[in-house]
Design a protein around this ligand. Sequence first.
Ligand code: ATP
Ligand code: MG
Length: 246
Amino acid sequence: MSQPIIKITDVHKIYTVGGQEIAALDGVSFEICKGEFVAIMGPSGSGKSTLMHMLGALDIPTSGTYVLDGEDVSAASDDELADVRNQKIGFIFQAFNLLPRTTALKNVSLPMMYAGIHKDERERRAKKYLELVGLGDRIFNTSNQLSGGQQQRVAIARALTMSPSILLADEPTGNLPTNQSLEVMKIFQELNDEGHTVVMITHEPEIAEHAKRIIVLRDGKIISDQPNSKRRSQDGQNNKSSKKKS
Ligand SMILES: Nc1ncnc2c1ncn2[C@@H]1O[C@H](COP(=O)(O)OP(=O)(O)OP(=O)(O)O)[C@@H](O)[C@H]1O
Ligand SMILES: [Mg+2]
């Protein structure tokens, strides 16, 4: 097995509200290796978003350790966390988080602008990733001129521009009808086939079925961590039908 890109060890996250302590994460440990496609599931309140915040370097654990791509981020300062987010994580959210009256090209270019990348290079990369998600002919459409599935694909292209170590998605299909959800899952599978590491939070079993491994949380603890047997038995088919990309 290759080196873990994520290593979480005995992570606890305790919230204190009105003098009462809530263990949102209660001793969670796992490793995720480069090239995995993992779905994190669990009922409402089980700790999925709390875990996502931790994995995405938006927050640190109360105790336990988190090593991301060889770097211990368990006790990082806010500035250090911001650097980790910019360099290592591509976020994809339920609500897409695109600017509405802004073109796909501009939306995808924005993180590169903040990173100080030159205009020509921004445009080159933005076009490349929009083509990759099948939107090469929509680059001048504004977000409100795109379907939900297309908007989520713009958000995926945007997440890819800074070559993140992991793609982290929180309920990426939560706002989409079934056909558009499948469109987005197809892109995730293709990215994963090309070697991207994908970690996706979802409460929908039909969406989790697209991942190769499923971790289930309940009351802040892992109750199951298994390879997805359904996906694996289809793998040969998926690979044959997936397009070859340079
Ligand atoms: N900022 C906070 N302050 C206090 N308690 C919190 C906070 N955030 C989450 N919690 C509590 O921690 C637990 C886990 O919440 P979390 O948001 O991680 O659940 P979830 O699995 O994402 O649920 P859902 O499927 O409803 O989004 C819940 O009991 C919640 O009430
Ligand atoms: Mg949540």
